[in-house]
Design a protein around this ligand. Sequence first.
Ligand SMILES: Nc1ncnc2c1ncn2[C@@H]1O[C@H](COP(=O)(O)OP(=O)(O)OP(=O)(O)O)[C@@H](O)[C@H]1O
Length: 252
Amino acid sequence: MTQLPILEVQGVTKRFAFGAEQITALSDASLRIGKGEFICLIGPSGCGKSTLLRMVAGFETATAGSLLMWGKPIAGPGPDRGMVFQDYGLFPWLTVAQNVGFGPAARGRPKAEVAATAKRFVDMVGLTRFADAYPHQLSGGMQQRVAIARVLANDAEVVLMDEPFGALDAMTRERLQEELLEVWARAKLTVLFVTHAIEEAIFLSDRIVVMSPGPGRIVADEQVMLPRPRDPTSPEFNALRRRFAAMLGGHH
Ligand SMILES: Nc1ncnc2c1ncn2[C@@H]1O[C@H](COP(=O)(O)OP(=O)(O)OP(=O)(O)O)[C@@H](O)[C@H]1O
C-alpha cells in the first residue's frame, strides 16, 4: 500500500481494569487499511475483536499506541466512521427517507439539503421505491440497507460492523451478505467487519485478520484472492476454509 491508508492502527494495546486486576484485551496490534478494502476480523471469543472495532469507532481509547484516520489521530466517535448495529437500530416511527436523513437533520442542516441527502443515499442502496415505507414494512436485507444508507448520509467513509449476522439463520445470513457486498461495491465503502465464522469471512473479505486471545493479538493478516462472486462449494473456497480453520486451531 503506497497511498496513505484510510485507517492505521499502530502498536495498539488496550487494558481494562477488572476488579483489582487488569485484563489486556489487545496487545500491540498494528493494521493498515486502504480505502475501499473489505476487512474481516476473525477469532475466538475474547480475542479483542470488538475492542479493536470500538477503538476505531472512538468509543474506547487505547492504553498505548495510536489509531489514525487519514493520518489524523482518532479522538472520539465521528460521522466519518459509522457503526451498523446488529438490530440495525432504525427508528420505527420514521420512514426510510427520514431514517436516512436523521443525522443531517439532527445536525441542523436545511430541510431541502436533508431531503436531497436522504434521496441520494436511499437511491444508492437501491430503495428508491421504499423511501416512504416504514421499517416494519421492509425485509431484513432492506433494513440493513437503510442502516448503511443512514451511516453514509452522515458522510461515513468507514463502516464498522460487529457480528451483524451472528443471530440469523443461514439463508437470511447469506442473503444479507450478498446485499452488503453489493452496497460495498456500489458505494466504494471501506468495511471493517467482526465475525466468528470462517466461511463468512472468506465470502466477504479482501483481507482476513486473524486474532487470538489471552492477550488479544493479531496473529495473521491474509489477502483473499478468490474472484467474486465467491462460491462456498468450490475447491478453492474449501482449501481456504481448511487453512483458516488450522490457523484458528483448537478454537474452532
Ligand atoms: N469494558 C470492559 N471492561 C473490562 N473488560 C473488558 C471490557 N470490554 C472487553 N473486556 C475484556 O476484553 C477482552 C476482549 O473482549 P472483546 O469483547 O474485545 O473480545 P471479542 O473478541 O470481541 O469477543 P466476542 O467474540 O465474544 O465478542 C475480554 O477478555 C473481555 O472480557
